[in-house]
Design a binder for this molecule. Structure first.
Ligand code: ADP
Ligand code: MG
Length: 275
C-alpha cells in the first residue's frame, strides 16, 4: 500500500459541541466513568482470499463506557477489522473476547444476542421498507420490546419518529445513517461498532452524526467508531487506534494522537492546530 497519508475532509477544526466535552476539550466521561475491559481483540489475522491476510496481528481494546476511534488510510483494514469482530469474516489467528468470554468466530446473530450492534459502511438500511419497519427489523429477536425501545431510539433521533412512515430509500444520506444507527440501537446493545458513520455526508450532517455518537456513548453504549474524518473522530473519542496495513501503528488518547507529530504527518495531512 503506497498511500500513507490520512484523508480528512474539511470542517474539522472547530470544536464540536461544548456540552459534550469537558473544560479541557476532551469528551466528558459518561456518568460512572470508564469501567472494565469490555471488548478485546488480540493479534487478529484475517482476510478474504485464501493466503492473503488483510489484518496482520491487529489489537483493539474497548473499555466499558468508552468511545474508541479507529483511523488510518484507505485500505488499511478498518472495515475488515469491524467485520472480523462482528463474525462476518473468519478469523485466521488471534482472539476476540467480550467481557472475558472468548467470542472468536462467533456469528453475527450470536453477537447481537450478547449485546453487540454493528452498522456497516454501505447499504445499511432496507430502502424499500419504512423507517418504522427498519426499526422493527432491528428488534427481530425481541419484538415485544418494540414500544419501549422505539421510545428510547426516537428520543435520540427524533427524526425517526416524525419520518416513521416514510420509506428509508427516500431519505437523505444523513437521515439514512440515523435509521441505520437507530436500527442497531433497537436491541439495546452494550457495544456498537460503527463503520464510517459520517462518510458521504455534508459537513453539517457529519457534525450531527458525531454529536449523536457522543450522546449514544453518554447514554451508556460503548462504541468502536471507524472514521475517515480522522481529526473529528480523534476530537470526540476517548482513545484512538491508527491502523495501517492491517496492524496497529499508533494508539493513545484522542488528544495524544492529535498532537503526535508523526500521526499528524502521516495520517492527519496538515499540522493539527494547537488546541
Ligand atoms: N470483500 C472483499 N474481498 C476481497 N478483498 C477485500 C474485500 N473487502 C476489502 N478487501 C480488501 O481488503 C483491504 C482492506 O479493506 P478495508 O478493510 O475495506 O479497508 P478500510 O476500511 O481501512 O479502507 C483492501 O485491500 C481491500 O481491497
Ligand atoms: Mg472501510
Amino acid at each position: 500500500m503506497s498511500q500513507r497519508s490520512g484523508h480528512d475532509p474539511g470542517g474539522s477544526d472547530v470544536p464540536i459541541e461544548v456540552e459534550l466535552v469537558d473544560d479541557r476539550g476532551r469528551p466528558a466521561a459518561r456518568e460512572g466513568g470508564i469501567g472494565s475491559l469490555l471488548l478485546e481483540a488480540d493479534r487478529l489475522v484475517a482476510g478474504y482470499v485464501p493466503e492473503v491476510n488483510i489484518l496482520n496481528g491487529c489489537d483493539l481494546a474497548l473499555y466499558e463506557g468508552e468511545l474508541v476511534g479507529i483511523i488510518g488510510p484507505n485500505g488499511a483494514g478498518k472495515s475488515t477489522l469491524l467485520k472480523s469482530l462482528f463474525g462476518l469474516i473468519p478469523i485466521r489467528q488471534g482472539s476476540v473476547r467480550l467481557r472475558g468470554e472468548d467470542i472468536t468466530g462467533l456469528q453475527a446473530h450470536g453477537l447481537v444476542a450478547r449485546g453487540v450492534g454493528y452498522v456497516p459502511q454501505n447499504n445499511n438500511v432496507f430502502p424499500s421498507l419504512t423507517v418504522e419497519e427498519n426499526l422493527q427489523m432491528g428488534l427481530f429477536l425481541r419484538p415485544r420490546d418494540y414500544a419501549e425501545r422505539v421510545d428510547v431510539v426516537t428520543d435520540l433521533f427524533p427524526l425517526l419518529g416524525t419520518r416513521r412512515k416514510q420509506r428509508a430509500g427516500s431519505l437523505s444520506g444523513g437521515e439514512r445513517q440515523m435509521v441505520a444507527m437507530g436500527r442497531a440501537l433497537m436491541m439495546d446493545p452494550s457495544v456498537l461498532l460503527l463503520d464510517e458513520p459520517s462518510a458521504g455526508l455534508s459537513p453539517a450532517y457529519q457534525d450531527e452524526v458525531f454529536i449523536r455518537c457522543r450522546r449514544i456513548n453518554a447514554a451508556g453504549v460503548s462504541i468502536v467508531m471507524v472514521e475517515q474524518n480522522a481529526r473529528r473522530c480523534l476530537q470526540i473519542c476517548h482513545r484512538g487506534f491508527v491502523l495501517d496495513q492491517g496492524a496497529n501503528a499508533y494508539s493513545g488518547t484522542g488528544d495524544e494522537l492529535l498532537t503526535d507529530p508523526k500521526v499528524v504527518e502521516l495520517y492527519l495531512g496538515t499540522l493539527a492546530k494547537a488546541r
